[in-house]
Write a protein that binds this ligand. Structure first.
Ligand code: SAM
Length: 303
């Protein structure tokens, strides 16, 4: 723990100046978050404390058995989380595969199911470069948001030239910050027309486009109130305008034999496979499950 963290740790958080123990504070926070309907109250209570203390969750678990006091400012963060502000907006960090991404207002918080989509692309890219003399491949991320997909490909696939596009004025600076120094070529623009210079040459295209139907209201308060509309709503009554546009962009960008994988909602799997099959640009169209067994992505090979 660094010195700032220690200073915070020894500070009292209780109104009467008595030092509230860390264990009691985390217990109360868990109850407050549970009452507010937060899906994982104990984990969030611990992560908020760990964030303020500057320690990992393992170290925090050990501290809960000791005599540590609650960190200053803990109650305020817990109240914010109880008001259903996303945990990642409060801590300013989202963990995605091997990355630690900065996130906040205006950018979509990356989700675990997208990690499985990235794995599909990483597997294809690694296999592809195995057979090549020079370990070089090209990949494009359509609608990069925080830069989660593009940043992962750049970090995990040696020699991969990664390109990413983001349209939102609010999300673009987050992507720019997260992708700085990664070698990813980021453009502020529309995925429908991005990277015309790469047409017909790309090995892998990945996208997690907006796909929620216009009339559907996300059940999770965090999503409804804090994820940007441009990241959620796919356009049209079925939400498929942007996914359809992403399929067209991938068909334009990929070389023959190139691989495209796109995330979608579970209920859209059949429609997505049908969209891929329309127009005759794709073969080996496959639906993929996330770690909970739900149909959350579709891929195809460019004919
Ligand atoms: C569901 S979010 C996914 C973000 C990120 N790829 C991830 O998986 O965490 C969709 C992203 O696409 C962006 N977007 C929406 N329409 C776009 C367009 N026409 N061109 C480029 N990006 C777009 C949104 O602003 C948002 O950042």
């Amino acid at each position: 723990m660094n010195s700032t963290a220690w200073t915070r740790w020894v500070s009292s958080n209780s109104p009467d100046g008595a030092r509230l123990s860390l264990a009691d504070a985390v217990k109360s926070a868990t109850a407050e978050l549970a009452a507010a309907g937060v899906p994982s109250p104990a984990v969030d209570a611990q992560l908020l404390a760990a964030h303020l203390l500057g320690v990992g969750r393992g170290e925090l678990a050990a501290m809960l058995f000791g005599t540590a006091g609650a960190p200053a400012g803990y109650a305020e963060l817990v109240h914010r989380r109880a008001a259903r502000e996303p945990l990642q907006h409060i801590t300013g960090v989202a963990y995605f595969r091997h990355l630690e991404l900065r996130v906040g207002k205006g950018v979509f918080v990356p989700r675990p199911e997208t990690e499985s989509v990235v794995q599909l692309a990483v597997d294809v890219l690694l296999k592809l470069t195995q057979g090549r003399k020079e370990c070089i491949s090209t990949a494009v991320d359509l609608g990069t948001g925080s830069g989660a997909i593009a940043g992962s490909l750049a970090a995990e696939v040696p020699g991969c030239r990664v390109y990413a596009v983001e349209l939102s004025d609010e999300a673009y600076p987050w992507a720019a910050g997260n992708l700085a120094g990664t070698g990813v070529e980021l453009v502020h623009g529309d995925l429908r027309t991005a990277f015309p210079e790469l047409d017909g040459t790309v090995d892998v295209v990945v996208s997690n486009p907006p796909y929620i139907p216009a009339g559907a209201i996300p059940r999770e308060v965090e999503v409804r109130l804090h994820d940007p509309h441009m990241a959620l709503y796919g356009g049209g009554a079925d939400g498929l305008e942007m996914p359809t546009a992403a399929i067209a962009a991938a068909a334009r960008l990929l070389r023959p034999g190139g691989y495209f994988v796109m995330e979608h909602a579970e209920v859209q799997a059949e429609q997505m496979a049908a969209l891929f099959k329309e127009g005759g640009h794709w073969e080996a169209v496959t639906t993929h499950q996330d770690l909970t067994g739900r149909d959350r992505a579709t891929s195809g090979l460019r004919r």
